[in-house]
Design a protein around this ligand. Structure first.
Ligand SMILES: [Zn+2]
Length: 415
């Protein structure tokens, strides 16, 4: 999630997650990708690869979306970017459910822990309610097993380490509940480290508690997620972590100069040297500075309109959903430019996908929801990526890192 820390936050963060009105989303290729000879052959090959390879997406904000407007995601949903039918259409096997905790809750001791705990209950409820469609994934090996059974794996990552409050034993608690990565901070500096969106720079990087937290995450086998944190905090993490780290949803800063939320080339190189992986975010705001500016201006304008009209929550929600779709911004070409950039600098072993579906306002044309991964694969094929490269980007790289993190934890006592 990218925006808004003001009073409208709780409402808007949900309102802006809305989606298509009729759900007929599959198969539309980005307009920019053209229709040259052989394009239908590429598209059918892309669909075949989406079906064959494990697709992991490390950041989907379904749980928090449900706190604003509940929907049955086992069927085709009217709102939002994710549900079971569309996940199957897109070939998506392992969407990490983001256990997202807003920074505003940090002021109330215990509130962040409680929200995280209740969102994990919600994800477990999907498995309990629809065992033929969903299964919580706790280990990398679960992903293959679940794929064979035709169910969508639901691994969990926690967005904002604020939820462990000031108690390291909560890391064990959340690990036991299934959390497999933790994004150290979100919009504001917290007890662990500084956040890229915050200008306070409370710690100048990691806090003393944060150094201990990294150590404990390594010991338990929780992946450290460096999305949302400052560069200084990143370099503290990379010097401290004995396991490779991930960026669960970040793109390349060279396309959005000065925007610390995306990764600089220096940060990217350091992450790759450490064996980690950057999961490229799809949101338009991540792809180009002008899209980021457009999104911010548009949200302000829409909010003004909502206020003028005196819309109630439901009306505003529906209006923003509609506007979100009408204002698709950027293209698959833009997104794959980020993948190319990362691959050119650090190689194909360190790049994956972390869409941030259900967590961003504007999305590029052709990537409107979880049914659209084949469109992305088609563009990778057009640019000459091999099948084995595509397999790595779609999921194998993340599975490698997750397995290494797990292995380090398993052998911790002998290290
Ligand atoms: Zn986020």
């Amino acid at each position: 999630m990218k925006w808004l820390t003001g009073p409208l936050y709780l409402f808007l963060i949900g309102a802006i997650t809305g989606a298509c009105s009729n759900g007929s989303t599959g198969g539309s290729t980005g307009s920019s990708t053209g229709s040259s000879t052989g394009s239908s052959e590429i598209e059918s090959r892309a669909r075949e690869l989406a079906e064959r390879f494990i697709i992991v997406d490390t950041h989907i904000d379904v749980p928090y979306r449900m706190t604003v407007r509940t929907e049955d995601i086992s069927e085709r949903a009217s709102y939002g970017d994710f549900d079971f039918p569309r996940a199957r259409e897109g070939g998506l096997n392992a969407p990490f459910m983001s256990i997202y905790v807003p920074s505003v809750l940090q002021k109330r001791p215990g509130a962040s822990f409680q929200l995280a705990d209740s969102l994990i209950d919600l994800v477990e409820g999907y498995e309990a309610g629809h065992p033929d469609k969903f299964a919580v994934a706790r280990w990398p090996s679960d992903l293959t097993r679940h794929k064979k059974r035709g169910v969508v794996s639901l691994p969990m990552g926690m967005e904002n380490g604020s939820a462990i409050e000031d108690d390291l034993t909560n890391l064990q608690y959340f690990f036991d509940r299934g959390i497999r990565y933790i994004t150290l901070a979100h919009a504001l500096d917290n007890q662990i480290c500084d956040a890229a969106y915050d200008t306070t720079r409370t710690w100048g990087g990691l806090s003393p508690f944060g150094f201990d937290a990294i150590h404990e995450m390594n010991r338990l086998g929780i992946m450290v997620d460096i999305s949302h944190i400052t560069d200084d905090a990143f370099f503290d993490v990379i010097e401290t972590s004995v396991a490779p780290v991930i960026a669960s949803h970040s793109s390349m800063r060279s396309f959005t100069p000065g925007w610390e939320r995306n990764m600089s080339d220096e940060v990217l190189s350091s992450l790759a040297e450490n064996g980690g992986v950057v999961m490229i975010a799809f949101g338009s705001a991540f792809l180009k500075s002008e899209y980021l500016e457009k999104g911010d201006a548009l949200q302000e304008e829409l909010q003004k309109y909502i206020d003028e009209k005196g819309f109630g929550e439901d009306e505003a929600f529906d209006y923003l959903n509609e506007q979100r779709r009408l204002n698709a911004t950027g293209t698959i070409v833009d997104l794959v430019d980020h993948i190319d950039h990362a691959v050119e600098r650090v190689g194909v072993d360190h790049v994956g996908l972390g869409s941030d579906y259900d967590g961003v306002f504007l999305l590029p044309e052709g990537l409107r929801d979880v049914s659209t991964y084949p469109n992305l694969i088609a563009e990778l094929l057009r640019r000459g990526y091999s099948e084995s490269d595509i397999e790595k980007i779609l999921g194998a790289n993340l599975i490698r890192v997750w397995s290494e993190v797990e292995e380090i934890a398993r052998n911790w006592d002998t290290m």
